[in-house]
Write a protein that binds this ligand. Structure first.
Ligand SMILES: [Zn+2]
Length: 462
């Protein structure tokens, strides 16, 4: 069926007119007007006098058309509901009275309600991670072996997989899972602007006790871009999905690829414009190390504590587990290493003039030493107080990671892994907690590049 849109009216063109089958080839249409009302339209004069009432009578005799019309009305009702609360103001008094409750999580500390972007380079194991999360929620078992989930149903749109591949993956990751009727899959879905949005709403509404929606990947449901206003388009796509997630209060994870090169900030490597990351509530980056089974899962977002988890890929069942192994090794080479080592040898605190005089004696230029000092402060390796005293960053926060003088062998200076031994139950935790020591979100100098990574693949190739 050809669908066109003019001035907010949607034309569902029919192969043949319901009044006269000789009116063929998209000359007649069921039209949904901007306000949701349906009308019938045929371009032939002989159909001019036909009313919507006439059309409905004929449609009621056609099971397929009847269902189609029902869907249109149903979708419209939900879309209306979605927009119900838009453009409304409320007072502070009303806000105080509202019983909003704490944020709910599908996966504690990792996937809160709202929209989460899960990003990573191709073949980092994002799809295995998604499937593992889905299976864990359906079965109600800990994810990564340690984090509690909100048990219930999951809708997983595995759009980069065929059924055979999905079956293989499911058997590998989950084996024969419990509550198998609660895990809903699709391997094909219409683009959001071609009915995919409405079908998604309908499906989410239909599944009982739905705890998570996973869309893998964004590219598969994203409308073809018009090459202009890309930021606006990106923001709108994620915004649309977020509206649905918010309306149904069901967390939604959208899987997306990363750009390989470029930015210093790993969250800026998410491909597409800032519209994607700007509109998402939470961003997860699965940062897999080159030719390694190790990865870090970095988290940032509006209502979530920032963090970075060290994960290891278990090949036998293709799942990620927490590891104590060092994933993000900061490599402080050359001048940066020298500066930090010097300060460490001075009990982790040193005045700028002493640093400069010490290093210029070793033949470095003063301007270069000062440049590195400011860089290391920017990277949160060092902190600087008002009197020009530089401190190794972690010491200012009373951790003793830098006790050892040989900084180049010390792990996790910028990305201290979060210990999950005491993560507790899935009680909603207080939100909007401002973390005083934001994790370093990455830098090419301090984080290994991820590129080709060996034999674990989540690509489409058989
Ligand atoms: Zn006609």
């Amino acid at each position: 069926m050809k669908v066109t849109n003019k001035k907010g009216n949607t034309f569902y063109c029919l192969n043949e007119c319901i009044f006269d089958p000789s009116h063929r080839g998209n000359e007649s249409a069921i039209v949904q007007q901007a306000d949701g009302r349906l009308v019938y339209q045929c371009y032939h004069d002989s159909c001019k006098d036909k009313t919507w009432k006439d059309a409905r009578q004929l449609i009621s005799k056609d099971a397929k058309l009847t269902q189609f019309m029902k869907n249109l009305q149903y979708d419209n009702a939900i879309l209306k509901k979605l927009n119900e609360n838009k453009n409304k103001t409320f007072t502070a008094a009303e806000l105080y009275r509202r019983n909003i409750g704490p944020a709910r999580y599908a996966v504690k500390k990792i996937i809160p309600e709202g929209l989460t972007l899960l990003c990573g380079n191709p073949k980092t194991g994002k799809s295995y991670l998604s499937l593992d999360i889905a299976v864990s929620i359906v079965e109600g078992k800990m994810i990564f072996g340690q984090i509690p989930v909100d048990q219930g149903a999951v809708l997983y749109l595995a759009l980069e997989d065929g059924e055979r591949r999905l079956q293989e993956r499911l058997l590998t990751v989950g084996g024969k899972i419990a509550n198998e009727d609660d895990l809903h899959f699709s391997t094909t879905w219409d683009c959001l602007d071609e009915g995919g949005k409405e079908k998604l709403i309908e499906k989410i509404d239909e599944i009982d006790n739905l705890k998570l929606v996973i869309i893998d990947t964004l590219g598969k449901i994203r409308p073809a871009s018009a090459k202009k206003d890309l930021y606006q388009q990106d923001y709108k796509i994620i915004g649309n999905l977020k509206d649905i997630a918010d309306h149904f209060k069901v967390p939604m994870v959208v899987v997306h690829h990363m750009r390989k090169m470029g930015s210093e900030d790993i969250f800026e490597k998410v491909s597409g414009t800032y519209g994607l990351t700007g509109a998402a509530d939470t961003i997860l980056v699965l940062d897999r190390k080159r030719e390694s089974d190790l990865a870090s899962l970095k988290i940032t977002g509006r209502d979530i504590e920032e963090g970075s988890y060290s994960l290891k890929f278990e090949k036998e069942n293709c799942t990620w587990k927490f590891t104590d192994e060092v994933v993000d090794k900061p490599q402080l080479n050359g001048m940066s290493g020298e500066v930090v080592e010097l300060i460490n040898n001075n009990n982790g605190s040193m005045e700028s003039k002493d640093i400069v005089s010490n290093l210029t004696k070793k033949g470095h230029k003063e301007s270069s030493v000062r440049w590195w000092l400011s860089e290391l402060v920017k990277k949160k390796i060092l902190s600087r107080d008002g009197r020009g005293v530089y401190k190794t960053h972690q010491q200012t926060n009373n951790t003793n990671i830098l006790d050892n003088t040989n900084i180049t062998n010390k792990a996790n200076i910028t990305n201290k892994p979060i210990r999950l031994n005491n993560i507790g139950s899935l009680e909603p935790s207080p939100i909007n907690k401002y973390s005083e020591t934001p994790i370093n979100t990455g830098d090419d100098e301090f984080i290994c590049n991820i590129g080709n990574i060996g034999d674990v693949s989540d690509s489409n190739e058989p």
